[in-house]
Unconditional design. Sequence first.
Lengths: 382, 75
Amino acid sequence: MRDAATTDLSNTLQPVETALGLPNEHYVNKDVYLEERQSVMFANWAGIGFGFDCPNPGDVMPVDFMGMPLLVVRDQDGEIGVFQNTCRHRGMILVKEKANIRGTIRCPYHSWCYGLKGELRSTPHVGGPGHNLHDNIDRRELGLTRIRSFIWRDIILVNVDGKAADFETYAAPLMERMKEHTAPLFHSNGFSFEVACNWKLAVENYCESYHLPWIHPGLNTYSRLEDHYHIDNDGPFAGQGTTVYRQLEGEQNEVFPDFEGLSEFWDKGAEYPVLFPNVLLAFQRDHVYALLVLPQAEDRSIERVELFYSFDPKTRPDLAALIKKNTRQWHAVLQEDLFVVEGMQKGRHAVHFDGGKFSPVMDNPTHDFHLWVAGQVENGRG
Amino acid sequence: MDIAALELKLLAAVKADDKAEIVRLYRLAGEAFIAQNDINAGCFNLTHAYVHALETNDPAAAGLHKTLVLYGREE
């Protein structure tokens, strides 16, 4: 098996007509997984959680992002910040479980204390017992290491290496495409799956509509393959859309209220783009969701799905049953994909599999993703 | 000051994770040592009171900070 430095991406970096998919090593090899961690996940804007995970000032949430310990903090001003979850002293993990911090974050080892904006507030006994100052300890230089973060549609995104373009530049093409979707979002509920596959397979499957009639026959009764179109372009996103979106109805024919500000297109239109690398989105007239693919290992991922509406569910008990029905429906649909992504993962151990031949007509968004990943990996290799 | 008795109370407070009591007892100990002119032992205990007060946003933190600054132990 090739190592990370020598995977050959030349066959992937080709037009869709002649390209092959990423080599097997990008799905089964630990070294390549770690290479992608740096070149793909840390070098771009990746989703790690949601603002509602930390709803109150003082809420903190540790996140293990591909082994990188992060800490999400909502400070007393209500702002979300993301930090490296390690003390500047000995690298001890600061917070090991979700909590509400009334005052400062105290390292459990030697009790260095940090404010919720990351500032170092106290360094007990650092100059000897009872002496909390030392000329060589400049607290202004020893705050928590802040990780670049951005909150978009309540999704917490981070750029770990700090070198990507600003998020609003990075995601500009997708934000422009979805510019009508600016109404406030209200979270209702969500669910997650533990999946035995490399994170990219979950992304690839989401990008394309080719599989819909085979894997989601229930959808195909009203949303046929020919009603779908590709979303593919030069930006860091790809996916698919439909022209026959049908609102879910309750027993009394009730439907969810629409988001404000949407044009006629969205009456029957819906779009399902992936913001690379790991934020899978659904845009519809009456509800949206975000699915974060959270890599756990080269062959394991968590898919976390959270649904949002145009109204506060607490104010509409009359829609509670419909929300439940909608959640069940999406759970069922997305669960239908799991055997496929797990099957493709197993398939990547077939030593003669060459990355796979794309349909030049149906696999364009998937090819876009492969091209983008390969480009990021090549960039990382310099 | 009965340091042994104070230590027992402190251990009980730590076991109960009673932060307010931990702050109070360390402060008592710190002030007692300072009253005996043992500034280092006093600041040691006041530091512990301060750290736990900071952690829990205990209103005692401001006064503890002021004292520690006075003795050149905080900024």
